[in-house]
Design a protein around this ligand. Structure first.
Ligand code: ME8
Length: 514
C-alpha cells in the first residue's frame, strides 16, 4: 500500500538478556492491532519492532552464558523475531541495534549533538543500576536500592554529558503545547511533575565496558545504551538521511507504545535529545500497564514468566490476542489468569460472536439454499440493528485513536448482543414456516451485521475474522474499511458450507479446581 496518510508506530525494542514473555507479546500485539487497523482504514503504515542489544545488562548475560556478546544477541534476538511470527504480527521492519545502519545513525546523531554544544566531557560519580540501565542520585535510593527495587553499583568515571538541565523549560512548554503527547493522562501528570522537579545533566557515555556504539573520535567511550536504543526509531526511517523518502514520510513517529516502566526515557530524554539535535519529537507516547500472573509479579525467582508459545498452544493465537486487549482497560494493570482467559473464550467468542455467526449462517444454509438472501422492505427493527453495526467504524476510529482497545471491543460486542436479541425477537425459524420473504429480510440483516463485525475485528483476530469473511464469500478486495459502506452483501451469492470459527474451550481439569 503506498497511498494514504502515513502512520508510523513502534514497540519498545526488547533487551536480549531474556526470553520473550507475555509482557513483550502484549505491547507488540497492541501495536499490531493498531497497525492492521490503520492499514484497513487506508493509511500508509510503517510498523517497527526489534531488539535492544547493547549495554552492560546484555554484556553480563552473554558472559554468564559463556558466549561472545554478538553470538548471544543473534540467538536471543531470533527468539523475539519468532515471537512476532507466533503472535501473527505484521511488522514492516525488525531492527537490531547491532546492525550497521544503526551504528551510522547513532554516530551521526551524536555528532550533531556535539556540534550544537549539547554534549560535553565531565566526570560522573553516582549510582548505576544494570537491571534498569539507569543512573540514580543518592537521594533517589530507597534502602540502598533503586526506586524500582533493582541493585545499584557506585560508578565514578569520565563520561560525556548531555545538557538535559537546559531543556527543562522547553520540555514543559512542549508538553503544554502537545496535550496528547503523553498518555494516559495519569502518566502525563507524573512526567510533568518529575520535570518540574528539576533536571540534571545526563551521562550519555560509559568507559568501564565496551559493548556499545563507540563515541565518534573518542572510542574508549561507548554511548549510553538508552541514547543508542531510543534512536532505533529514527534509524528505521533512514536517519541521518533526513531528506530520504522514508524519513520525510514517517518522521516524526505517530506513536511509540511502551510499558509504564520506560515512560521517562521516552517522554523526557527522547524529546530532549531530538529537540537538541534540531529534530522533531514523536507525536505521542502511550504507556500501558503491567501484567501480573495469577496474582503475582512475574519474576525469575518465582519462575512464573509465561512464554507466549504456551498460551498460543493452549488457546490459539486469536483468542490470546483478543483476551489481551479486551480484558484490561488499556493503560491499567491487570492479571493474567487461566480462568479469565477461559471466561473470555467461552463467553465472548464461543457463546457470543461464534454462536451468532454459526446460527445465522446455518439458517441461511438450510433455508436459503446456501445463498445470500434477497431482502424485502426493511422494518424499523432491521434499520435499527444495521444502524448500530454501521456506527461501529466511527466508534472504533475514535476509541483506537486513544488506544482504548477495550472500549472499542466492548462496543463491537454490544452489537453482538443487539443481534442476539434481534434474532430472538424476529425468530426467523418461525418465519421459515410462516413468512419466507420476511425470513429472508431478517437473515440478510443479520448477515450484513456479521459482515460489519467480521471486517472490524480483523485487526484483533486476523485468522478467525478471515474465516468468517470466507464464509460470507468475501474476497480480499471486500475486506477493508472502505468496503463496509461500499460493498454490502450481494443477494444470490453462493456461500460455502458454514463451519464454527470459535470453539468452546473445554477445561480439561474442569471440576478438579483447575
Ligand atoms: O525496557 N506487563 O526492554 P525490556 C506488561 N530495551 N508489559 C511488559 C511486562 C509486563 N509484566 N514486562 C515487559 C527495555 N513488558 C528497553 C526498551 S526502547 C527504546 C528500549 C513490556 O526488554 C513493556 O512494553 O525490558 C515494557 O516497556 C517492555 O516490555 C520492556 O522491555
Amino acid at each position: 500500500m503506498t497511498g494514504g496518510t502515513p502512520f508510523y508506530i513502534t514497540t519498545p525494542i526488547y533487551y536480549v538478556n531474556d526470553a520473550p514473555h507475555i509482557g513483550h507479546a502484549y505491547t507488540t500485539v497492541a501495536c499490531d492491532v493498531l497497525a492492521r487497523f490503520m492499514r484497513l482504514d487506508g493509511r500508509r503504515v510503517k510498523f517497527l519492532t526489534g531488539t535492544d542489544e547493547h549495554g552492560q545488562k546484555v554484556a553480563k548475560s552473554a558472559r554468564e552464558a559463556g558466549i561472545d556478546p554478538q553470538e548471544f544477541c543473534d540467538r536471543v534476538s531470533q527468539n523475539f523475531r519468532d515471537m512476532t511470527r507466533l503472535m501473527n504480527i505484521s511488522n514492516d521492519d525488525f531492527i537490531r541495534t547491532t546492525e550497521a545502519r544503526h551504528l551510522r545513525s547513532c554516530q551521526a546523531l551524536w555528532q550533531v549533538l556535539v556540534e550544537r554544544g549539547e554534549i560535553y566531557l565531565g566526570t560522573f560519580a553516582g549510582w548505576y543500576s544494570v537491571r534498569d540501565e539507569a543512573f540514580y542520585e543518592d537521594g533517589e535510593l530507597v534502602n540502598g536500592k533503586a526506586p524500582t527495587g533493582a541493585e545499584v553499583e557506585w560508578v565514578e568515571e569520565e563520561n560525556y554529558f548531555f545538557r538535559l538541565s537546559a531543556w527543562q523549560d522547553r520540555l514543559l512548554a512542549f508538553y503544554d503545547a502537545n496535550p496528547d503527547f503523553i498518555a494516559p493522562r495519569s502518566r502525563r501528570n507524573e512526567v510533568v511533575s518529575f520535570v518540574k522537579g528539576g533536571l540534571r545533566d545526563l551521562s550519555v557515555s560509559r568507559t568501564s565496558f565496551s559493548w556499545g556504539i563507540p563515541v565518534p573520535d573518542d572510542p574508549k567511550h561507548v554511548m549510553y545504551v538508552w541514547l543508542d536504543a531510543l534512536n532505533n526509531y529514527q534509524t528505521a526511517v533512514d536517519y541521518p538521511d533526513i531528506k530520504s523518502e522514508e524519513y520525510s514520510t514517517f518522521w516524526p513517529a505517530d506513536l511509540h507504545m511502551v510499558g509504564k516502566d520506560i515512560i521517562r526515557f521516552h517522554t523526557v530524554y527522547w524529546p530532549a535529545f531530538l529537540m537538541a539535535a534540531g529534530l522533531a519529537p514523536p507525536k505521542r507516547v502511550f504507556a500501558h500497564g503491567w501484567w501480573t500472573v495469577e496474582g503475582q509479579k512475574m519474576s525469575k525467582s518465582l519462575g512464573n514468566f509465561i512464554p507466549p508459545a504456551r498460551l498460543v498452544e493452549a488457546y490459539g493465537v486469536d483468542a490470546v490476542r483478543y483476551f489481551m486487549l479486551r480484558e484490561l482497560p488499556f493503560g491499567s494493570d491487570g492479571d493474567f489468569s487461566h480462568r479469565a482467559v477461559l471466561g473470555r473464550i467461552n463467553g465472548d467468542l464461543a457463546n457470543g460472536l461464534g454462536n451468532l455467526a454459526q446460527r445465522v449462517l446455518s439458517m441461511i444454509n438450510r433455508n436459503c439454499a446456501g445463498r445470500v438472501p434477497q431482502p424485502a422492505a426493511l422494518t424499523a427493527a432491521d434499520e435499527a440493528l444495521l444502524a448500530t453495526a454501521r456506527g461501529l467504524l466511527p466508534r472504533l476510529r475514535a476509541e483506537f485513536a486513544e488506544q482504548a482497545f477495550h472500549r472499542g471491543l466492548e462496543a463491537v460486542w454490544q452489537v453482538v448482543g443487539e443481534a442476539d436479541r434481534y434474532v430472538d425477537e424476529q425468530a426467523p425459524w418461525v418465519l421459515a414456516k410462516s413468512d419466507r420473504e420476511r425470513m429472508a429480510t431478517v437473515l440478510y440483516t443479520l448477515a450484513e451485521t456479521i459482515r460489519h463485525i467480521a471486517i472490524l475485528v480483523q485487526p484483533v483476530m486476523p485468522d478467525a475474522a478471515g474465516r468468517l469473511l470466507d464464509q460470507l464469500a468475501l474476497g480480499p478486495e471486500a475486506r477493508d474499511f472502505a468496503s463496509l459502506a461500499a460493498r454490502p452483501l450481494v443477494p444470490g451469492t453462493l456461500l460455502p458450507k458454514p463451519v464454527g470459527v470459535f470453539p468452546r474451550h473445554i477445561e480439561e481439569r474442569e471440576g478438579k479446581g483447575g
